[in-house]
Design a protein around this ligand. Structure first.
Ligand code: ADP
Ligand code: MG
Length: 276
């Protein structure tokens, strides 16, 4: 635990810092096409979830497929409207308009599971990384190029990757490009939805280490989502366990691993092979 010393260190204490993203009793109901007007089929994908994440902190979200993790990730990135509840960014309720969304896109960015579908196959790495800077009108063309070079360096890719197409890269390298793009606008938080699940076991640990390094070096906040509890354990400070749209346990890694109270959490722990 950090001892209270100077006033500065108090304001730097992550516990005291305002959450960047805060969800309060969020519900998302998906309507299925199979329903009729009078009898709609609905799924409670997210069912009363309250979680928050700050800079410099990793929130792990774990649960079986279908437990609502990706829907929650979309809520956190402003892509998914909520049916009920409140979503706040930097203490302010999230705006709805296009400008608000674009602004949010600078603060919170996403990394998805499969980098081969997340990256445009026709764009060279340089273009992929310059694009968000152009869209947000950042810098001159030469300043953008130097930022792109810096991004490659941050994610451990050689400068020779600049002119390469996604298909010429390995899965792990492609995910590094996706991470570099997510970092382009210097976000406060990255939401990574199963970022290592599509990768070979051999490169998973490398990508996890990269994310951990970035958190430390850049003071990033990270929401790390996975169905695999051993991966989540490796990277997280706190863990939320999801089942059927609800957070059924929430605590520090030590709490979850030593005193998991819920039957479901215990079954996830018991089933976990070490995939690292
Ligand atoms: P997870 O990422 O944990 O696998 P999801 O958030 O993708 O969970 O899905 C949660 C539930 O919501 C599932 O039952 C899924 O079928 C349903 N669902 C997700 N997205 C949609 C959608 N766009 N329309 C309808 N149902 C959806
Ligand atoms: Mg998912």
């Amino acid at each position: 635990m950090t001892a209270p010393s100077s006033p500065q260190s108090t304001s730097e204490d992550p516990e005291r810092r305002q959450p960047t993203i805060e969800l309060r009793d969020v519900h998302v109901v998906h309507r299925l096409r199979s329903g009729s007007l009078l009898h709609p089929d609905t799924v409670r994908a997210v069912d009363g979830v309250s979680v928050s994440v700050r800079r410099g902190e990793v929130l792990g979200i774990v649960g079986e497929s279908g437990s609502g993790k990706s829907t929650l990730a979309r809520v956190m990135t402003g892509l998914q409207p909520v049916t009920a509840g409140q979503v706040c960014f930097d203490g302010e309720p999230m705006g709805r308009g296009r400008v608000a969304r674009k602004e949010l896109g600078r603060k919170v960015s996403v990394v998805f599971q499969d980098p081969s579908t997340a990256l445009n196959p026709r764009l060279a790495v340089r273009e992929t990384l310059v694009d968000p800077l152009r869209v947000h009108g950042i810098g001159t063309e030469s300043q953008r190029l130097s930022r792109v070079r810096e991004l490659l360096h941050l994610v451990g890719l050689p400068q020779s990757a600049l002119e390469v197409l996604p298909r010429q890269l390995s899965g792990g390298q492609r995910q590094r490009v996706a991470i570099a793009r997510a970092l382009a606008l210097e976000p406060q938080i990255i939401v990574a939805d199963e970022p290592t699940s599509a990768l070979d076991v051999s490169v998973r640990a490398q990508v996890l280490n990269l994310l951990t390094d970035l958190k430390r070096e850049l003071g990033l906040g990270l929401v790390f989502i996975s169905h695999d509890i051993s991966t989540v354990r490796f990277i997280s400070d706190t863990i939320a366990v999801m089942n059927h749209g609800k957070v059924i346990e929430h605590g520090t890694v030590e709490q979850i691993f030593s005193e998991a109270e819920d039957e479901y959490t215990r079954s996830l722990l018991a089933a976990a092979p070490s995939l690292l």
